[in-house]
Ligand binder design. Structure first.
Ligand code: DX5
Ligand code: ZN
Length: 214
């Protein structure tokens, strides 16, 4: 599978977000990863649909929206209207019926649906919803902040997931060129990165190093 890089703007300088986005866009990222946090599901608060709506105006990159919020069902319409191309919700925050309802809504709008799981959440929790989603986002840090260290115990989880799931497998948290080869070999095809990418002087090279990591 072709390896894609999703630039997580959480490590961007928000005082010049447009320039930051243009930098990663021209360096060749495949999509923008937008971390939405509510201060309930995770111990941090970030941005919401208002900001996403404006990001939509300044880039053609697909917007990969990672919802780390309680009750995503209440807000999913707002994220659709804001211009998301892909919306990922956490299995820890939804019931099966709510996930089905979100899936139905996204499908009717042509938006991709992802399911995320925390490092300590077992694959068993998502096994019977894999048929509903386009993507699984495997968290390799506990969600809340960028700049944390990669948790290597998720690698066997990715391998097991790849045996039973043919869709996109994204990994998020603590990714750099050192861990990328292990992720790709395990079966991941989308790498989300904040601090490694935004901290890199040569972003083109940083992206190439992630993509060619195998
Ligand atoms: C963590 C977020 C990640 C984070 C990644 O809660 O979901 O997307 O921004 O940051 P790095 O790549 O610095 O670990
Ligand atoms: Zn994320």
């Amino acid at each position: 599978m072709k390896i894609k890089v999703s630039a997580s703007i959480l490590s961007a300088d928000f005082s010049c977000l447009k320039e930051e986005i243009k930098k990663v866009e021209s360096a060749g990222v495949d999509m923008l990863h937008i971390d939405v946090m509510d201060g309930h599901f995770v111990p941090n608060i970030t941005i919401g649909p208002v900001v996403i709506k404006d990001i939509r105006k300044i880039t053609r990159l697909p917007l990969d929206v990672h919802l780390m919020i309680k009750n995503p069902w209440y807000f999913v319409d707002d994220f659709i209207k804001a211009g998301s191309d892909m919306i990922t919700v956490h299995i820890e925050t939804v019931s099966k019926s709510s996930l089905r309802a979100i899936g139905k809504k996204l499908k009717s709008k042509g938006i991709k649906m992802g399911i995320a799981l925390n490092p300590s959440t077992s694959l068993d929790k998502i096994k019977d919803v894999l048929n509903l989603v386009d993507l699984v986002l495997v968290m390799s840090v506990n969600p809340g902040f960028s700049g944390q260290s990669f948790i290597s115990s998720v690698i066997p989880k990715i391998k097991r997931l790849r045996c039973i799931f043919k869709g996109d497998i994204a990994v998020d948290g603590g990714i750099n060129d050192k861990v990328a080869p292990f992720l790709i070999r395990a079966g991941a095809n989308i790498l989300a990165s904040a601090s490694y990418l935004f901290g890199a002087k040569d972003k083109k090279l940083a992206i190439k190093r992630l993509k060619d990591a195998e």
